[in-house]
Design a protein. Structure first.
Length: 234
């Protein structure tokens, strides 16, 4: 199971040019997101920590993942999606004809809702209460990555938990990314990859069955990839 998840993570790592990377654990620790003792590390500390980042440093031997000293894996941007896919598959095989599973923003819907319509999924507004839009989906997963989930503010600047694995700093330019498509696992991983990437369109070209809704740092909406039914909430 772990190797299957690692294989999927490695696929997105390569397809995203390293924007999605499960080895960012040391950065989360350095910035205080694991202990909740938030602080801004020095450039020297970041540079030293970057030596422990990069999935190319992982070796697989006899079915075991081998890490360099100090490396720490963070499965948070892919494991929930994987768990939802497995759980939904099991429920469907049991004969459950419709339903949805939601685990903290990652979800999968199948069949019809009680009104015999597709399921309506609200996308949280990254700066205000409530939702900025609604997806109407079935037989699809969705996942959102945002800078509003875990963050701290210092001198008026928001520092969040979604790191650029190359710079060691929180990724910039976006407030949230929602990805919709057939596998929740890929929605989960791709939402992080697109949040980090400066060229998200290039990544989505490799996943033609997936679509993304992006809110940039100024609050503007954009859509890339496959279009799924969406309506904006005023």
């Amino acid at each position: 199971m772990v190797l299957e998840l690692y294989s999927k993570a490695l696929e997105v790592y390569r397809d995203s040019g390293g924007c999605f990377d499960i080895t960012v654990g040391p950065l989360s620790r350095l910035w205080g997101f694991l202990s909740k003792s938030y602080h801004i590390p020095s450039s020297g500390q970041i540079e030293s920590t970057l030596g422990m980042i990069g999935m190319e440093k992982i070796r697989v031997e006899d079915g075991t993942l081998l890490l360099l000293p100090g490396m720490k894996l963070d499965w948070g941007a892919i494991a929930k999606g994987f768990a939802i896919d497995l759980a939904c598959r099991a429920l469907i095989e049991m004969g459950i004809s419709s339903g949805f599973l939601n685990a903290g923003g990652d979800l999968y819907c199948w069949g019809k809702n009680p009104d015999n319509q597709d399921w309506n999924i609200g996308i949280k507004h990254p700066r205000e209460r409530g939702y900025f839009g609604i997806l109407s989906i079935s037989q699809l997963g969705a996942a959102t990555t945002g800078d509003y989930q875990r963050y701290f503010i210092k001198d008026g600047i928001r520092y969040h938990h979604v790191f650029n694995p190359r710079s060691g700093y929180p990724a910039s330019g976006k407030q949230s990314v929602t990805v919709c498509g057939p596998e929740t696992l890929l929605c989960d991983a791709l939402s992080t990859a697109l949040f980090v990437s400066k060229a998200p369109e290039k990544i989505m070209e490799k996943y033609p069955d997936y679509g993304a809704i992006i809110v940039d740092s100024d609050g503007n909406l954009s859509f890339i990839g496959k279009a799924y039914p969406f309506r904006q909430v005023e």
